[in-house]
Design a protein around this ligand. Structure first.
Ligand code: ADP
Ligand code: MG
Length: 319
């Protein structure tokens, strides 16, 4: 069973008792406050030796990452973060100094984005975990759902993709990494500033947490459309391609199926591209939304047509 099949199975029988604008299925839940304002809510958990590794990262890096991943989901909705609750699981080996440093990292990010800490939970277990619940707000003009892509929209992505996953693959194998890869994997930064400019112009948006393949599929499925992605258009740094070659991964694997880039993937009407370019140019057009019948297609860099690969599945090691 895939991660998303499991979520569907677990949640489908839950009744809805209160009004919701969007429940399960987007980067955050969305609740209407009034005609023009929406409350956003999301939670993300980082688990030791899976999402962070204490020998690769400093505690401050871990703290920063644990909150940037939440801000990224708020950014993907076209919102602004407001409040946070932090839940931590500490092990008998966890040093007070370590968790203090993690919190220093979290605090720095709260300061940067003006997020107010309002609570959390502290408990113990076998491995360390940091789970952050984040609230945000979005106004109607900026709210960007996964379900609003339109046929013939251009598919775009901010920045570069594949770097974080390449870092993970390399560190796991003790392969030396460049400064670019190091930063991408250990110090990811959400695209909140980009979102402020992009969100009023886009139709649909999602953050790249599980790879371009998975995120395109989410937008296509929720918008009831097909999509085509051109591999050779993917903005992938040469250091990523080098790591892929060294460890015998298909070129562009990290961008398509890796994830944790926390860039924004969005769809936009062709007529709005110039307006966007006038305000923001750190993005690349990588494909197009199509009729549902066309499914999800990848044009490989050698010209061959393929099915768009799946993204990173957090349950992939289990049956
Ligand atoms: P993202 O990668 O943007 O953080 P996810 O892929 O983790 O989003 O989750 C997709 C959707 O499924 C979200 O709406 C999320 O709230 C929901 N979801 C994930 N896990 C669970 C769970 N265990 N129970 C209920 N809803 C869940
Ligand atoms: Mg997301």
């Amino acid at each position: 069973m895939t991660e998303f099949e499991l979520i569907e199975t677990l949640t489908k029988k839950f009744p809805t008792f209160h009004q919701i604008f969007k429940g399960i299925g987007d980067d955050t839940a969305v609740i209407k406050i009034d005609e023009n304002n929406f409350q956003l809510l999301t939670v993300d958990t980082l688990v030791e030796n899976d999402h962070f590794n204490c020998t690769w990262s400093t505690p401050q890096q871990i703290g920063k990452k644990s909150i940037e991943v939440n801000i990224s989901d708020i950014a993907a909705m076209g919102g602004l973060p407001t409040y946070a609750l932090i839940s931590i699981v500490l092990t008998p080996k966890t040093k007070t100094k370590w968790i203090q440093e993690v919190y220093k990292g979290i605090q720095e990010v709260c300061q940067k984005y003006k997020v107010t800490l309002i609570g959390g939970d502290t408990t113990h277990g076998e491995i360390a975990m940091i789970s952050i619940t984040m609230l945000g707000i979005a106004n109607k003009k900026n709210l960007s759902l996964r379900s609003q892509a339109k046929k013939n929209d251009l598919i775009c992505v901010t920045g570069q993709v594949g770097g974080s996953s390449a870092g993970y693959q390399a560190l796991k194998r003790n392969i030396k990494i460049t400064n670019y890869i190091f930063k991408k994997h250990l110090e990811p930064i959400s695209r909140l500033e980009a979102s402020k400019i992009i969100s009023p112009l886009v139709n649909a948006m999602i953050d790249v947490s599980d790879g371009i393949g998975s995120e395109t599929k989410h937008i296509a499925t929720q918008s009831k459309l097909g999509a085509i992605i051109y591999e050779d258009k993917l903005p992938v740094h040469k250091d990523v391609l080098e790591i892929e070659k060294k460890i015998n991964l298909k070129p562009y694997y990290c961008a398509l199926s890796g994830g944790e880039d926390f860039e924004l993937l969005f769809t936009i009407n062709y007529d709005k591209i110039n307006e966007l370019k006038n305000n923001f140019n750190d993005f690349t057009i990588i494909g197009k939304m199509l009729d549902k019948k066309k499914n999800l297609t990848l044009i490989r860099s050698d010209g061959f047509k393929d099915k768009l690969p799946k993204g990173w599945d957090h349950l992939q090691t289990k049956k």
